[in-house]
Ligand binder design. Structure first.
Ligand code: FAD
Length: 322
């Protein structure tokens, strides 16, 4: 059973979520006498394409052109059409992000095929293909029988343990249509968020703030502690909804699922929707003024105290030991 994984590169390197999708694709393909194929679209892809072989992709399709630097649905679909005309994978996996939600949905509609979004796992059992999704804030894992093949699946980041499976990959360059497919959307400007901090879904350490920070200016305390630790910054939904920080920082059921070695929750109560995003964190430290806050039920270490005293003390201590 051949499996195609769409991969994404960031600054030339394969994203962790793409490597996870490849890891899963490799396990399913090899257990079912199939081949793992990958596809990358964008610019500056040579390193990422080579990395796909490290995660078991035997054939790596690459559509590389500077005009593909930014996601454009119609052009990306053209390229998918070329690959799907040559290969006939049973499953097409995508690391979940806003662009892949669009591509997977458009392809599923075009092919009249099923799509299952935000999966945390896939298994093949007596030739039944089953997708797993976390529902009710991660309290229940729903099992979905995939009714027909091929099927399009988007995978939640940090759901699969990475495993390298190096193979000799064949790199296949795809002709990029010029001009690109006409699009009804006109790109006026790209304003990328400039940050030196690691990305939330790939960070080893995350410092996150919640409503306990009291006002938007105080998020700088979270940023200062994060910078002392080389960490990414996260947020609860309440402060995102309040407009204190951008949604890209939101952790939880309707935000990002993270899997850091260390997660420091500052002034976050620990609602189940927030906890749904941090269940894979190896060590959780909670700073909260309320000893009864639910976050302490899942925290490995708890500091009952005022974050406005605890965070500056932690930063000072880290500075002294730097
Ligand atoms: C469908 C749905 C989806 C949702 N998705 C998400 C999601 O993805 N992510 C998410 O986070 N939430 C999500 N929520 C919202 C969630 O239910 C909670 O409302 C939210 O997580 C609470 O955020 P909070 O912990 O920052 O605020 P609060 O619950 O108000 O907690 C603030 C905490 O700060 C503490 N505190 C106050 N002052 C201090 C101080 N000086 N020092 C230390 N601690 C202090 C308080 O004791 C309290 O525990 C969702 C809700 C719904 C219904």
């Amino acid at each position: 059973m051949d499996i195609l994984v769409y991969t994404i590169a960031n600054k030339g390197a394969l994203t962790k979520a793409s490597a996870e999708a490849l890891t899963l694709g490799y396990q399913l393909a090899t257990n079912n006498s199939g081949t793992l194929i990958s596809l990358a679209i964008g610019d500056n892809l040579s390193n990422a394409a080579a990395e796909c072989g490290q995660y078991g992709a035997q054939k790596v399709y690459v559509a590389e052109h500077e005009s593909l630097k930014y996601f454009q649905l119609e052009s990306y679909l053209d390229i998918f059409d070329q690959v799907l005309a040559r290969q006939h994978p049973y499953l097409i996996l995508f690391p979940l992000e806003p662009s892949t939600r669009d591509i997977a949905a458009a392809l599923a509609a075009k092919k009249n095929a099923p799509i299952i979004n935000d999966c945390i796992g896939l298994s093949i059992d007596d030739s039944r293909i089953i997708a797993w999704r976390a529902v009710y804030g991660g309290k229940v894992h729903a099992q979905i029988n995939i009714p027909q093949l091929p099927a399009f699946i988007t995978m939640r980041a940090n759901s699969v343990a990475l495993a390298a499976n190096p193979v000799q990959a064949e790199i296949v360059k795809i002709d990029v249509p010029t001009p690109l497919a006409a699009t009804i959307l006109k790109l006026k400007a790209i304003n990328p968020t400039v940050t030196t901090r690691p990305s939330l879904t790939e960070a080893r350490i995350i410092v996150a703030g919640g409503r306990g920070i009291k006002s938007p200016e105080n998020y700088r305390l979270i940023e200062q502690l994060a910078d002392s630790l080389g960490a990414a910054t996260g947020a609860s939904r309440s402060i995102v909804d309040a407009g204190w920080v951008s949604q890209v920082h939101q952790v939880g059921q309707t935000g990002k699922t993270v899997a850091p070695d260390l997660y420091i929750a500052c002034g976050i109560s620990g609602a189940m929707q927030h906890l749904a995003g941090i269940s894979s964190a190896k060590c959780i430290v909670a700073i909260n003024i309320d000893a009864e806050a639910p976050i302490f039920r899942v925290a490995n270490y708890g500091i009952i105290g005022d974050l406005f005293e605890v965070i500056p003390a932690l930063i000072e201590e880290l500075r002294r030991h730097a």
